[in-house]
Design a protein around this ligand. Structure first.
Ligand code: GAP
Length: 455
């Protein structure tokens, strides 16, 4: 099977996973709305991440910090000064490109454009006759720095508005709450702060469906630690991050580590986990050893001490930070790509099936009465199950068609109510991947499904 992004986009639109943003107005570039099936998928992904990294950890604490932060935060973080990309427009076809990406693609990664000035990049592009990848012409505007933070303003009196920013990453909310969390949770280093929330970036080259959008959700965790244990913790998060996505169903053949050669001046190590998307190997998440940079900068800009007092040694110090960051939408896209399958069945038909891990499947159970006059009993079963899991109900069309509909949205279990159900209180439960069916007592359904969907 040749998996293309178009197939995934098409399935998502037609089955209710994801719709184009502001659809009735012709869309709004690179924004997407999660539909009834997609919102369940994304919520389940976020829940699985939270369970693994917060609930099952004895030293990780959650927060949900404000999207709008004091603008000084973004000065301290370096975003105001340098969160921008060098952009060039093609005058011929009007497409917009990042100059550093053009150079890196042309030189096949051999030239480090990040180390060049804008003038240096313009010269390199002219000397090497680098053309627009869209139209093949070389008719570039000069490079201009393109700010990646969305600005808005706060203030009610005309002319007295303060510029504020939509956060481009969630982690700053974790840094500024370092001492609040440490004190109230009586946390001892090493400990971590985690959060899930929306981030916004005015990306120059968004696209590829959910891969790069201007508004997205991040699941981020910052582990505060002592320098001498920081490299071990960094390596441990690399392994934990890999295991998490493997446990959710991403195949080892589609995953690889990509250790960074070029590091930010403050960073001690950085690594992405890449996934083999239909568009090629791309970053799925990042693990960064950020040293003491973030807390030192916030200490400097806020004027508040962010030193940790070690209760055992009485030592005071700024902890090192290991960051693990993954986009919920990007992970949803990877899981959609991994789950998609077109299976040839014995009768010669093809079925499209989404092999989601049951824990992230949008619906856990579909309740299907064999005939419409079994609807009352089916509703009774549905009402029993939907106290525990997200379920769906379908009485339209042949049972085969209804199974196919559930396969396409990845429902792991279909429960069929037939005339025997009225006699002996049993139902047929059909498993999505094997298509095997067993007979089960209605009173055992909740326990049976609960065990199967555990993550
Ligand atoms: N705090 C660190 C940070 O934000 P990042 O590598 O810029 O690091 C982390 O982003 C993760 O967020 C990425 O690995 C990706 O999964 C997701 N992400 C970043 N930009 C994105 C975008 N424009 N659209 C969708 N997901 C994005």
């Amino acid at each position: 099977m040749n998996l293309t992004m178009d197939k995934i986009v098409n399935l998502c639109k037609t089955r209710g996973f994801v719709f184009p943003g502001s659809d009735i107005y012709g869309g709004f570039a690179n924004t997407w709305d999660f539909g009834p099936i997609g919102v369940e998928l994304k919520n389940n992904i976020k829940r699985a991440w939270w369970k693994r990294f917060v609930q099952e950890s004895d030293n990780t604490y959650g927060v949900d910090s404000a999207i709008l932060m004091n603008p000084k935060v973004w000065e301290a973080s370096g975003h105001v000064a340098s969160f921008s990309d060098p952009k060039m427009d093609c005058k011929n076809c009007k497409t917009r490109h990042r100059a550093d990406n053009l150079i890196e693609a042309y030189s096949k990664g051999k030239v480090n454009a990040e180390a060049m000035t804008n003038e240096g990049m313009e010269q390199y592009i002219a000397d090497n006759d680098i053309k627009c990848p869209n139209c093949g012409k070389r008719d570039w505007t000069p490079i201009r720095q393109f700010k990646l933070m969305f600005e808005t303003s706060r203030g009610t009196i005309d002319g007295e508005k303060d510029v504020i920013y939509l956060r481009p990453e969630t982690c700053q909310g974790e840094y500024v709450n370092f001492l609040n969390v440490q004190r109230t949770a009586r946390a001892k280093i090493p400990f971590a702060i985690a959060q899930i929330g929306k981030s916004f970036r005015n990306e120059i080259t968004p696209g590829n469906f959910l891969f790069r959008t201007v508004e997205f959700e991040q699941m981020e965790l910052q582990m505060f630690c002592k320098e001498d244990s920081s490299m071990d913790i960094y390596n441990s998060y690399k392994e934990q991050a890999l295991k998490f996505v493997q446990d959710l169903g991403l195949s080892q053949d589609h995953l690889r580590f990509h250790d960074h050669d070029k590091l930010a001046h403050y960073a001690k190590a950085a690594c992405d986990i890449q996934y083999l998307f239909p568009i090629g190997w791309q970053e799925l998440n990042g693990i960064h050893h950020r040293g003491t940079w973030d807390l030192s900068r916030h200490e400097q800009f806020s004027g508040k001490s962010l030193q940790y007092l070690d209760p055992f040694t009485n030592e005071r110090y700024i902890p090192n930070i290991i960051e693990y960051s993954i986009g919920a939408d990007r992970l949803a896209l990877a899981l959609l790509c991994e789950a998609y399958d077109e299976e040839l069945l014995e009768q010669g038909d093809t079925r499209v099936v989404m092999h989601f891990h049951p824990a992230i499947a949008p619906y856990k159970v579909a309740v299907l009465p064999l005939q419409k006059n079994l609807a009352d009993k089916a509703q009774e079963v549905l009402n029993k199950l939907n106290k525990y899991f997200m379920c769906t109900y379908d009485e339209a069309g042949s049972i085969g068609k209804r199974y196919r509909r559930q396969d396409e949205i990845g429902t792991p279990y279909c429960v069929t109510i037939d005339f025997d159900t009225l006699e002996d209180n049993t139902v047929t439960i059909r498993e999505r991947d094997s298509m095997k069916q067993i007979r089960l007592d209605i009173d055992k359904l909740v326990q049976y499904v609960s065990e199967k969907i555990m993550f």
